[in-house]
Design a protein around this ligand. Structure first.
Ligand SMILES: Cc1ncc(COP(=O)(O)O)c(C=O)c1O
Length: 456
């Protein structure tokens, strides 16, 4: 397969030829809105209707063409409609779409392939069709494996919108969709390290990982009933703003979990399958979790997700049924298998590392030149820039984030809405030329916003 399959359609992007939303989008969205409610802030801000997409290019119904800087929503990571992946799905739409949880040739191949790319003995697998269901299965698995029931998660992590998943996150956030709910019994949250805004600091002001670990020990003693099944975290926070922990955090947390007999559950729905330049984000720290969830990039846009535990816990999975109406259907397995093969065949991990380093270098330069960029963060293609009113006070600059998002989208950058942290998750096939193109748009938008707010 020619690695440059996406470049032809990317010629002359972005190209915005109408006001946004354009006239056709406006009418279409107004009609759809008679029926559908609860749309994301992203859609509310720019109610455009998309018609088609290929590679890194998205086109709306008015013919406006955008540079994709969000991979859908961290999902179409190998490019929209990758020919190999679309072809693999298409084959099974004509051959066998569903046969419950019976084995199929494509499922057998996928499971073997996953065993090959996941670290350690992570090879006991259940397949689902959305990330939240995989997280719920992980909670069930943690309880079945340990015989314990309490769960610890971290501030500002996100794990989905089903009832167990919302109990792992902050519940007042409207986007967590927990309207009127209370946290399930036995679910607790603790702070996690953010190097730019450390809660526990060393004398020199830098983050003190040991301070967090010591706090967790105290919390286990004082705040739980000593029946903790799992510690569940995003390896790096996606929705929280591309925030990565210090390098020593997960090795130290692994040690703590082992010491206390607690399972380590890494929710890699957003970070897994190449997004950060490794198969799993946890691979950066050579830490093998006991439970992992995969989604989003796993099927490059096709709804397929997985919950995986270490081989030594396989028997416990017999206690929690894996069967669901759609989980592991042949189209889903074909999408996931083809996606893994594309990552290997097109040396995607290498591209993510190289172009990811370029992103960070360029963003650091932008930080030097712009008074409102307080911090640059990320690994691979999970990237962020934190906007502040003042670099010494670090006061979050929410209004600037919202405005930069709006301006850049208006210039044809299809990306994820921001609070004070600008978030970028481009398709992993992107090269430096298009990386710079996206950053040029963002930098221009930041400069305009700085001017409007009276900086420089
Ligand atoms: C880390 C993480 N876990 C779980 C989910 C939920 O996945 P889904 O939206 O497919 O249910 C998300 C979605 O953004 C996520 O980012």
């Amino acid at each position: 397969m020619n690695k440059d399959w996406w470049k032809q359609s990317a010629k002359n992007i972005p190209n915005i030829i109408t006001e946004l939303p354009g006239p056709k989008s406006g009418v279409m969205h107004a009609n759809a809105s008679k029926y559908i409610r609860g749309l994301s802030s992203q859609v509310k801000q720019f109610p455009v209707a998309f018609e088609e997409a290929e590679g890194i290019t998205m086109t709306d119904v008015d013919g406006n063409r955008y540079l994709d800087f969000s991979s859908g929503i961290y999902v179409t990571s190998l490019g929209h409609c990758h020919p190999k992946i679309s072809g693999a799905i298409s084959k099974w739409t004509h051959k066998l779409m569903n046969c419950h949880d019976f084995t199929t040739p494509v499922k057998e191949k996928l499971l073997e392939k996953m065993d090959g790319v996941l670290p350690g003995s992570l090879n006991s697998i259940q397949l689902y069709s959305d990330g939240s269901s995989a997280v719920e299965a992980g909670i069930r698995a943690a309880r079945a494996i340990s015989g314990k029931h309490e769960m610890i998660s971290a501030f500002r992590d996100f794990h989905g919108k089903t009832m167990g998943a919302v109990s792992l996150a902050q519940m007042v956030r409207s986007d967590v969709h927990s309207y009127g709910a209370t946290r399930a019994p036995g679910f607790y949250m603790v702070p996690r390290p953010d190097p730019y805004r450390p809660l526990f600091k060393k004398a020199d002001g830098t983050i003190d990982t040991d301070g967090y670990i010591a706090f967790y020990k105290t919390f286990l003693q004082e705040g739980t009933v000593g029946n903790v099944a799992a510690f569940i975290l995003e390896p790096a926070q996606g929705w929280g703003g591309s925030i990565f922990p210090p390098e020593d955090f997960f090795p130290k947390l692994r040690k703590l979990c082992d010491e206390y007999g607690i399972l380590l559950f890494a929710d890699e729905v957003l970070t897994g399958m190449g997004r950060t330049g490794e198969w799993l984000c946890m691979d950066h720290w050579d830490v093998v979790p006991d439970i992992v969830t995969l989604g989003k990039s796993f099927g490059n846009g096709f709804p397929v997700t997985a919950m995986v535990v270490k081989e030594e816990y396989a028997e416990a999975l017999d206690k929690i049924s894996a069967s669901s109406s759609y989980g592991g259907n042949p189209m889903a397995c074909a999408a996931a298998l083809a996606s893994i093969e594309v990552i290997e065949e097109e040396q995607i991990l290498e591209n993510v590392r190289t172009v990811g380093a370029h992103f960070i270098k360029r963003m650091n330069k932008m930080k030097e030149n712009h008074p409102i960029i307080g911090d640059v963060k990320g690994k691979g293609f999970l990237l962020g820039m934190e906007l502040v009113k003042d670099k010494s006070s670090k006061e979050p600059f929410e209004e600037a984030g919202a405005l930069v998002y709006k301006k850049a989208f208006g210039k044809g950058l299809a990306w994820i809405p921001a609070g004070h942290i600008l978030r970028m998750s481009p398709p992993l096939i992107m090269d430096e030329k298009y990386a710079d193109m996206g950053l040029d748009i963002i930098e221009e938008s930041i400069a305009e916003v700085e001017k409007e707010f009276g900086y420089k």
